[in-house]
Design a protein. Structure first.
Length: 746
């Protein structure tokens, strides 16, 4: 929210009070509290009839400092609050913070991060790295509250931006990748991929200077990123108090590791989920015969398929979600699922948390009080999406267990995963079972929804087998993968929007991400579909899905079939490498699809790039966004090898290339050892059977060592190889007795 009218004035109706002068600072072990007057105090009378802003600081985890700004402390906190599984209070670890007073300054230090503030005089906060460099600061107007005529009470902060500093993240946003100059509101909305609205709002941003900021408020947080004040990131909440965390680096990877350590690391998706998913599409006509024609058609054309997804109309019209198969089109769902599984497929079905009035579950849920209610005690309903739909109240443990029980019945039929659609259209004129604040619950609802579904999958299928295909999320939602980019158009422009959104989400703590290959709305031109196939199959997860038209490759010509076959099989061969990157995302929070900034933070040319990415640590992917195959992309320092052609490129350099539909820039970093499997038919085979270690050794004959771990299907190491070059010769040390081959490139 904007409070000022230019630099000098406040907006009409706004009354702002800024922390101006330090009146007291108290240190207590690992905590610090400061009290700041909002005006100069020159005599005792100045302390009367004037506010005092309280600023408290502590360290919830090593390298993370929390700052809480409070005006009036008496407001009852109704919740919900973000779960912080990595906070010291949850882990049982002792606080990592220390405090000290040195002359006219006080400090709180946690790991490589220090908060410094004066003990008298002008109020201000500085955040310093391990070398004493100021990362950011809250200066003259950096800590404040404001009242707005007719608009409530707001607490806000401003953190300084350095010259050239760039800001990223804030969820899956389809607006420009670098957020400087943007106004970003955290408010879940079903807005597609071509607007400033977002399905996944995460009040966390990452700075190119090597730190992050997380606003610990699940409701509406308004960010002014170098917009209202061009040298500041301002964030505000409508409340009496606001807490934000500054997260240390020094590298962007370090920031994400600390942030996800605090808010939760992604679960490791099962290996089968990395294969190709095919769906019925949304409003198309389909039955079991249609499904079999799709599945058999893929097999006949040599396109390996891993997952088949049934979208909304697996249930009867007007009855979503009652979790009952439509008997008119699927008279034998258990038998059908078994027959599909005999073909080697996993099964996913579409669900949402809305219960239509026509379905049998509505009467049961209403009678038992499992739905969100109006202030008058009625069931909250509307007709958007489903006629007379109600909303499951996941703040009610009994309602959650009831909903999970309906899903268990589907799992007992043989279903393997759920597409958890929606979760954004959450009303604020309601009453929650646990008394939660409606504004805070609007964004947070999706977290409870996805958590409930993920937990029943883990319970029934076992750890390591749970996987969602989720559309909405907020901070902490990365724990329940996978997430996809929502409803995009079927165009090159929408393909670019989708990638921007995914890269933005990856810098918000999410390790796994997907999108609808070919676009959701409309029917793509064959050129769009073929280019999107290569991009989609070089993403962490890959799904063919549309709205009113099918997405089977032969609908787009024989060449589309060839492209789908080629890149699906390539992805399967890459699985030993890709699953290693997935394990890294699970253990460290560093995403599989990495903006160039993550791997090359010291390269200014790499920081704003949003049309290319690293897939894992060593593969550079530059999707082609044109029918004619022309693509411009940036190659960082070093020698890189085109995986598909063997051509080498030495950077730093910009490249302008033209690629056929069977190709795109897919470059391997110098020094990499790429583990390639031999099985092109499935993503979850025996990766050690016929394993190839392809060595992209540095030029020359100098010594070189690289350790490669090939994971098993559970994520634990199946084999470790130490690749060594000495005196120009390459050898491998390993404890495994499984045969493998070594190919030295260059």
């Amino acid at each position: 929210m904007k409070f000022t009218d230019g630099f000098w004035q406040l907006r009409d109706g706004v009354h702002a009070s800024y922390a101006t002068e330090v009146r007291d600072v108290r240190l207590s072990g690992d905590r610090l509290a400061a009290y700041a007057a909002v005006q100069r105090v020159t005599r005792r009378g100045d302390t009367l009839n004037a506010p005092l802003i309280t600023v408290e600081a502590h360290a919830p985890a090593e390298g993370v400092i929390a700052v809480r700004v409070t005006h009036h402390a008496g407001k009852r906190r109704k919740g919900p609050d973000f779960e912080l599984p990595g906070a010291d209070g949850h882990t049982g670890a002792a606080s990592s913070a220390t405090t000290a007073r040195d002359g006219d300054t006080a400090e709180l230090t946690s790991g490589p991060l220090t908060l410094r503030l004066p003990t008298k005089g002008d109020f201000g906060l500085e955040f310093l790295d391990a070398d004493g460099r100021v990362l950011t600061s809250a200066g003259r107007k950096g800590t404040a509250f404001a009242t707005v005529d007719g608009g409530g009470h707001h607490v806000f902060a401003q953190l300084a931006l350095g010259v050239g500093e760039q800001v990223y993240g804030l969820g899956e946003r389809f607006t420009p990748f670098v957020k400087n100059g943007q106004v970003v509101d955290m408010w879940q909305a079903d807005g597609g991929t071509s607007s400033e609205q977002a399905y996944k709002n995460v009040p966390f941003y990452l700075s190119s200077r090597g730190y992050g900021v997380f606003v610990n408020h699940p409701g509406k947080v308004s960010f002014e990123v170098g917009s209202e004040a061009v040298g500041q990131v301002q964030f505000s909440v409508e409340d009496q108090t606001m807490e934000y965390f500054v997260v240390a680096g020094p590298t962007p990877k370090d920031v994400l590791t600390r942030y996800t350590g605090l808010t939760g690391r992604p679960a490791l998706p099962p290996a089968w989920s990395f294969g190709l998913w095919l769906t019925t599409s949304f409003t198309t006509s389909y039955d079991e015969a249609t499904v079999n024609s799709f599945v058999d058609g893929m097999a006949e054309r040599g396109i390996p398929l891993s997952v088949f997804h049934f979208d909304c109309f697996w249930m009867r019209e007007y009855q979503w979600s009652d979790f009952e198969w439509d008997p008119e089109v699927f008279p034998d769902p258990v038998g059908m699922i078994a027959r599909l599984k005999e073909k080697g497929l996993r099964i996913c079905v579409w669900i949402n948390p809305y219960i239509a009035q026509k379905g049998a579950l509505y009467e049961e849920g209403a009678r038992k009080g499992y739905f969100v209610e109006t202030p008058d005690g009625d069931v909250w309903q509307w007709d958007k999406w489903q006629a007379g739909m109600a909303l499951v109240d996941f703040t009610n443990p009994e309602a959650t267990a009831w909903y999970q029980g309906k899903l268990k019945a589907l799992l007992d039929q043989g279903v393997d995963g759920f597409k958890t659609d929606f979760g954004e259209r959450i009303p604020t004129d309601v009453v929650w079972h646990d008394g939660s604040d409606t504004e805070r619950m609007h964004n947070y609802y999706t977290h409870l929804y996805n958590k409930a579904v993920f937990e029943v999958l883990e319970k029934e299928r076992g750890a390591g087998e749970a996987v969602l295909f989720a559309r909405s999320a907020t901070a902490g939602g990365q724990q329940y993968p996978v997430h996809w980019g929502g409803d995009c158009w079927s165009s090159f422009e929408a393909m670019g929007e989708s990638l921007r959104g995914g890269l933005s989400l990856s810098l918000s703590g999410f390790g796994f991400w997907s999108h609808d290959i070919g676009g959701f709305e409309g029917t793509p031109d064959p050129a769009v579909f073929k280019r999107w196939l290569a991009f989609g199959l070089l993403s962490s997860h890959s799904r063919l899905h549309g709205s009113s038209s099918y997405r089977v490759p032969w609908e787009f010509g024989d060449e589309a079939v060839d492209v789908a076959r080629q890149f699906t099989r390539l992805k399967h061969r890459l699985m030993p490498y890709l699953y290693g990157a997935a394990v890294e995302a699970h253990r460290t929070g560093v995403p599989m699809m990495r903006p160039m900034l993550l791997e090359f933070p010291g390269d200014p040319s790499a920081r704003p790039l949003d049309r290319q990415y690293l897939l894992g640590p060593d593969l550079l992917v530059a999707p082609v966004f044109s029918a004619d195959g022309r693509v411009e992309y940036y190659v960082p320092e070093g020698t890189w090898t085109h995986l598909l052609t063997g051509e080498t490129v030495t950077g730093p350099v910009w490249r302008d290339e033209t690629h056929g539909f069977d190709s795109l820039p897919l470059l391997v970093r110098q020094g990499a050892v790429l583990a390639l499997g031999a099985d092109e038919e499935r993503p979850d085979g025996d990766w050690l059977d016929g394993l190839e270690l392809r060595v992209f050794a540095p030029e020359g004959t100098g010594d070189f060592t690289r350790t490669v771990t090939v994971p098993g299907l559970t994520g634990e190491a199946a084999a470790v190889y130490e690749v060594i070059r000495e005196d120009g010769a390459v050898r491998v040390q390993t404890a495994t007795d499984r045969p493998y081959t070594v190919t030295v490139v260059g």
